[in-house]
Design a protein around this ligand. Sequence first.
Ligand code: HEM
Length: 207
Amino acid sequence: MGNTSNKVAWLVFAIMAIGVGLYPLMYAVVDGKYGLLFSKSDELLESVIWNIGFYGHISFGGLALLTGWAQFSKKLRSNYLNIHRNLGKFYVICALISGVCGIGISFFATGGWIAALGFFCLGIFWVFTTSKAYLAIRSKDVALHEGMMIYSYAACFGAVTLRIWLPLLTIAFGEFIIAYRIVAWLAWVPNVIFAYFWVRKRGILLG
Ligand code: HEM
């Protein structure tokens, strides 16, 4: 029974990560404007810097989400350590590029400073925990590496939880902008709290 629910949880986790990981493709597939671009001014849409930031963010963010979840498989780590290492380096590069771009475009977020600050803090947290996790494993500190990667992917998974919360909040408040300001925080703060208890449950002491 425990085993079955564990498998179901894994399947749901993987499907959500893959589903939202592929979502940025919509911006390439759809002709003309799509999604968030409708809420942006023509001036911003013409900015080369913002476009580099935006497309850099969503493409590498998608790749980070697509690869990161598999790294938590114990089987992968114990039987195919090489794959874990290579996939891990790929995740770190993608997360850092997407995170830095995300921090850059956070200043132009729809919904003003409350939304901007939420995304900015998420970006700082993602870049910090990912770098720390990488540096930890370079110095062979497995516990710190594992703990920081749990935090890093909890931040990354904010892209998934955002897309669960946003429609619910939009219905609850009957307005998109208020929902968007809230979701810039609600998308990731509960994930980080969840990660904190997960890290504690695994008996990992950080610091
Ligand atoms: C974890 C750190 C992340 C930060 C700090 C972040 C930040 C941002 C920011 C600031 C925006 C623009 C919001 C606006 O202009 O109103 C945005 C949009 C977007 N982000 Fe992220 N993001 C993160 C993770 C991810 C990941 C992992 C993905 C992968 C799927 C992703 C995919 C997208 C997409 C597709 C959009 C366009 C909006 C939409 O179509 O829903 N983000 N993000």
